[in-house]
Design a protein around this ligand. Structure first.
Ligand SMILES: O=C(O)CCC(=O)C(=O)O
Ligand SMILES: [Fe+2]
Length: 248
C-alpha cells in the first residue's frame, strides 16, 4: 500500500467525488508485487473450497496476509473515519474496519451476483484482486438512493422493500433496458474504490464463471451496530437459519 497520509484537502475531494459521481478511486492502492501476493492467496482459497464461491469474513480469516494488514492499517482506518466525518458531520461509530474477501467462481459465484442490497455500513471500500478474462462483474449502483436512516426499524423497512423477488427482478429489468439511473464501475485490480455502501443500492454484474472474480471488501461505520432491535433481530435470525437449512 503506497498511501501514507491524506491531507484535509484530499479527504474533502474524495468525499465530494463520492457524493457527485457515486464513487471515488485511489489508484494503485496495491503495488504489482502486493497484488500478486494477494492473488496467490485467492487461488489457494478457491482451490481449497473446491472451485466454489467462498467468502472469508474478518481479518482473522486472512491472518498473516497483506489483506489482514490493510484491514487493520491505521492509515486506512483514519482515511475511512475522516471521510465518514466529512460526509456526516459527526464522529464515526466504529474503531475498526470489517473486511470480507469475496471470491466468485463458477455457477455458485453467479448465484451471488445481481443481488441488489444496501450495506449496514456507511462507507464501503472495494479492492478488486482478480478479474476473469470475459465479463468482469462490474460494480453496479444507484448511488445515494436513500439517506442515512435514524433508526434500525427504518433501515429494516428499506431492506425488506428490496429483499424480494419482485423488486430484484424489476431492478434487473431496468438495468437490461439500459436505464440511465445506474452507475456502472469497471474496476481495475489494485485500485481501491470507495462509495456510500449504506446509502447506495448496489450489486455486481455476473462475472465469467470460468474465471475467478475476487474482491477485498472493507466496511466502515456500522450505523445501527448499537441498536438493541438490530441485536434482537440478528440473534433471532441466527436461531432460525440453521433450521431453515435443515428443512431445505
Ligand atoms: O464484490 C463486489 O463488487 C461488491 C460486494 C458488496 O457489495 C458487499 O460485499 O457488500
Ligand atoms: Fe455491498
Amino acid at each position: 500500500m503506497q498511501y501514507e497520509h491524506f491531507s484535509d484537502e484530499q479527504i474533502k475531494t474524495l468525499t465530494a467525488l463520492i457524493d457527485q459521481q457515486g464513487y471515488a478511486v485511489l489508484p494503485n492502492w496495491a503495488s504489482a508485487a502486493e497484488l500478486e501476493d494477494v492473488q496467490a492467496l485467492v487461488k489457494r482459497e478457491v482451490a481449497q473450497a473446491g472451485n466454489h464461491y467462498v467468502a472469508l469474513a474478518g481479518h482473522q480469516a486472512v491472518a498473516g496476509s497483506l489483506l489482514s494488514e490493510w484491514g487493520r492499517s491505521p492509515v486506512f482506518l483514519d482515511l475511512c473515519r475522516r471521510i465518514v466525518t466529512q460526509a456526516t458531520g459527526r464522529a464515526a461509530n466504529d474503531d475498526a474496519l470489517y473486511q470480507v474477501l469475496r471470491c466468485l467462481v463458477g455457477d455458485s459465484g453467479r448465484r451471488e451476483s445481481m443481488i441488489f442490497h444496501y450495506d449496514s455500513f456507511v462507507l464501503t471500500a472495494i479492492l478488486p484482486v482478480c478479474m476473469p478474462e470475459g465479463n468482469k462483474g462490474d460494480l453496479l449502483m444507484l448511488p445515494s438512493k436513500r439517506p442515512l436512516r435514524g433508526t434500525y426499524a427504518m433501515n429494516l423497512i428499506d431492506k425488506l422493500k428490496i429483499d424480494n423477488r419482485w423488486s430484484q427482478r424489476s431492478l434487473v429489468r431496468a438495468y437490461e433496458r439500459g436505464s440511465a439511473r445506474f452507475t456502472q464501475v469497471a474496476m481495475e485490480p489494485g485500485n481501491m474504490y470507495l462509495f456510500w455502501g449504506y446509502r447506495s443500492l448496489h450489486t455486481n454484474l455476473p462475472a465469467d464463471p470460468k474465471g475467478i472474480r475476487a474482491t477485498a471488501v472493507f466496511h466502515y461505520d456500522n450505523l445501527h451496530g448499537a441498536s438493541s432491535l438490530a441485536g434482537r433481530i440478528r440473534s433471532s435470525l441466527a436461531l432460525v437459519k440453521p433450521r431453515r437449512r435443515a428443512v431445505v
